[in-house]
Design a protein around this ligand. Structure first.
Ligand SMILES: *Cc1c(COP(=O)(O)O)cnc(C)c1O
Length: 401
């Protein structure tokens, strides 16, 4: 196949977003048109039909993480869920007179929406600790434990990482938090449906989910809020008191249905799918390592999502690689701001040099990735890495076996 033929590009950016599964779209369909009722208008059949669909979806979401349906709050996505968890818990503490707890602990590698929410809390007078993370990307449990103090009310540690794919020891963090009497929030946007999660076995008090990371629709997510012992939050959005007062506004029935269906499918197919995607990932990595032997894998090589690789190709620029590969949709961990290329804060936080961080790309495999796509993408990326190196150091040749 030609490099820049008329086919659509090969999609290898599954941590950025996923296509909505057609089975999910089919489940949502009726709730746009025929069953369009307001799920909060239970006085008539239209409303009741929508309400029943929402409650079925709530049960599906709950089951996927071992929770009870009434512990699930629908939100617009993981960004909102994370904001509600951090700011809602903080606001509740703030209301506790006379001596509220005022300290949040999180990791330097958390998603921006957690870090920025924490930053907002800091501006409001809360204390925030961002625990450093070693090169593996895995939380240092001793450092985390040391950061927890008598004023700490919340620890927030992501379950699986969106950039480097590492899976945190969630159960260990949960056990630690429970032993220390602090609430544990986990951003499970990348983990839900991909790895086994059980809020009780793992002592999770708050858990964030995003629909579009798990083959569901965009614009929907959920926050699990433990009821026993109860986690108290102050809502971010006030209004009609929907979602037990935690998140007012009319629920988007089709999106709720889509999220529930997506999580149920993901749970049912998780084992088989993880195996298949892990094999694709391994196949890609060996194909590319054969051609580019000095490739580096960022983040723990073993404790990671089956569908993620974060790779550095020394002597190249990730941004240039992504730009030179219109036929392969991969992404860089770098953020471009006003013509300046800044290396990913995550890769910097785990101690990688700026050169190595800038030479990195993230490759994400998923439900609809084929063997042929993996082979083509590996060849194309290797080709482009060799070309860049040749341009930077004329005469240098890509190693090949
Ligand atoms: C995508 C993502 C988010 C944000 O989720 P949205 O539903 O897009 O708001 C938060 N955390 C992680 C780890 C993510 O991957």
């Amino acid at each position: 196949m030609t490099a820049n033929g008329s086919r659509p590009p090969i999609y290898l950016d599954y941590q950025s977003t996923t296509p909505t599964d057609r089975r999910v779209v089919s489940a949502m369909e009726p709730y746009f048109t025929a069953a369009f009722g307001n799920p909060h208008s239970r006085g008539h059949a239209f409303g009741r039909e929508a309400a029943e669909a929402v409650e079925r979806a709530r049960a599906q979401v709950a089951t996927s993480i071992g929770a009870e349906p009434r512990e699930i709050v629908f939100t617009s996505g993981a960004t909102e869920s994370n904001n509600l968890a951090l700011k809602g818990a903080a606001a509740f503490q703030h209301e506790q007179a006379p001596n509220p707890r005022n300290h949040v602990v999180t990791l330097a590698t958390e998603h921006k929406c957690v870090l920025q929410a924490a930053r907002r809390l800091k501006a409001q007078g809360f204390a925030v600790s961002c625990v450093p993370v070693p090169e593996s990307g895995l939380v240092d449990l001793d450092a985390l434990s040391e950061a927890i103090g008598p004023k700490t009310f919340l620890v927030s540690v992501m379950a699986a990482h969106n950039e480097i794919g590492v899976i945190q020891p969630v159960a260990e963090v949960g056990a630690l938090c429970r032993a220390r009497g602090v609430h544990f929030h986990t951003d499970a946007a990348q983990a839900a449906g991909k790895i086994a999660l059980d809020v009780n076995a793992m002592n999770i008090d708050l858990l964030s989910i995003s629909g579009h990371k798990v083959y569901g629709p965009k614009g929907i997510g959920a926050l699990y809020v433990r009821r026993r012992p109860r986690v108290r939050l102050v809502p971010l959005i006030d209004g009609g008191g929907q979602e037990r007062g935690l998140r007012s506004g009319t629920l988007p029935t089709p999106l709720c249905v889509g999220l529930g269906e997506a999580l149920e499918l993901a749970s049912d197919e998780r084992e088989e799918e993880s195996k298949r995607i892990g094999e694709l990932r391994d196949r890609f990595l060996s194909a590319i390592t054969e051609r580019i032997p000095d490739i580096l894998v960022n983040g723990d090589p073993a404790r990671r999502l089956p569908g993620n690789l974060n790779l550095s190709f020394p002597g190249t620029e990730g941004v240039a690689l992504v730009g030179a590969l219109p036929d392969v949709a991969v992404s860089t961990g770098s953020a471009c701001t006003s013509a300046l290329v800044e290396p990913s804060y995550v890769l910097s936080a785990i101690g990688l040099t700026a050169d190595r961080a800038e030479a990195s790309i993230r490759v994400g495999f998923g439900r609809f990735t084929s063997v042929a796509e993996v082979d083509t993408a590996a060849a194309r990326i290797a080709e482009e890495v060799a070309r860049q190196r040749e341009a930077a150091t004329p005469g240098r040749r890509a190693a090949s076996s």
